[in-house]
Design a protein around this ligand. Structure first.
Ligand SMILES: Nc1nc2c(ncn2[C@@H]2O[C@H](COP(=O)(O)OP(=O)(O)OP(=O)(O)O)[C@@H](O)[C@H]2O)c(=O)[nH]1
Ligand SMILES: [Mg+2]
Length: 288
């Protein structure tokens, strides 16, 4: 897919993601359920229609990961939203050791009958769960959390995992880590920007000024523009132009080029890095 802004076409869906999708479709045949990881800051933007072909009619457990980066009231709203559609949905901060036990418990409750029957018959039925989601949503961190050791490589950028990996958790459950896959087609520009803002797309292919400006638009819409005043000591409001806001932040933070002009790229990167690390506060980009 090509993502278009400022009249620039960006190759958003690299070929390896297509290959990954096909591999996932193949692997899904032996999977009993799917742990669908969403970034709590933009859960709906993380839904990839391509995953329907992987999942089919098998059970899904939605995980609102990075729960520490949003307000509890937002988590409650999104849980309700998914529950109303008949899905299991849990929230998680995968950086806390042992926190993902809730995933095991949910898997066990989904397969309760089968596990009990197998216990009666003394057979060992293994539940295979595929962990899937867009890049940088925390899939590998969750795998490591589930097995209590660093088995999968993680990193604060998109596209860290390149191959699938099976991990046995106990005698009953095996999970598979998969590389993140983006949506091949972006019908919804707002969702596309949300993914870019939260770091699901490689920064190298983006115009960071545009993405930072989209973040400022969200803050304005959410009536949260004041967080920039508190964080950077600037004096701006909803009617300040985005370019003036970035200028003011750049000036305060010393992002200045040799000739004395504001370094817009560096300022944009700073703003995005602070947002992604939760330094602007607990902010959900989507309103339900
Ligand atoms: N704040 C916070 N950060 C998290 C959480 N879970 C994961 N992270 C961070 O998010 C970044 C991405 O995590 P990964 O586990 O590598 O993400 P992934 O989904 O495997 O990414 P790909 O392999 O690129 O698809 C890392 O810097 C993690 O430390 C969480 O619950 N809260
Ligand atoms: Mg990974």
């Amino acid at each position: 897919m090509f993502f278009c802004y400022n009249k620039t076409m960006i190759n958003w869906f690299p070929g390896h993601m297509n290959k990954t999708l096909k591999q996932m479709q193949q692997d899904s045949k032996i999977c009993d359920c799917f742990i669908y990881i969403l970034d709590s800051r933009c859960p709906k933007s993380c839904i990839n229609p391509e995953f329907v072909k992987v999942i089919g009619n098998k059970p899904i457990i939605f995980v609102l990961n990075k729960s520490d980066l949003v307000q509890n009231s937002d988590l409650d709203k999104f849980k309700k939203y998914f529950n109303q559609q008949g899905y299991n949905c849990i929230s998680l901060n995968a950086t806390i050791s042992g926190s993902s036990k809730i995933i095991i418990n949910t898997i066990k409750s989904v397969f309760k009958d089968r596990l009990e029957k197998n216990k009666e018959k003394n057979v060992n039925f293994i539940i295979r769960a595929m962990i899937l989601g867009i890049p940088n949503s925390g899939k590998s961190t969750i795998v490591n959390n589930l097995c209590g050791k660093a088995r999968a490589t993680t990193g604060n950028r998109a596209g860290v995992t390149r191959n699938k990996q099976w991990v046995k958790l106990d005698n009953y459950i095996e999970v598979m880590d998969t590389p993140g896959v983006l949506l091949p087609n972006f019908e919804n520009e707002e969702y596309a920007y949300n993914l870019a803002i939260t770091g699901a797309v490689k920064d190298e292919i983006l115009n960071l000024y545009d993405i930072a400006s989209a973040l400022i638009d969200r803050l304005k819409k959410l009536n949260l523009i004041d967080v920039l005043n508190s964080k950077y000591g600037v004096d701006i409001n909803n009617s300040t132009l985005n370019i003036e806001i970035i200028k003011a932040i750049g000036k305060k933070r010393g992002c200045i080029l040799k000739g004395g002009d504001i370094d817009f790229d560096r300022t944009a990167k700073l703003l995005l890095t602070d947002f992604r690390a939760g330094k602007l506060g607990k902010i959900c980009l989507e309103i339900l």
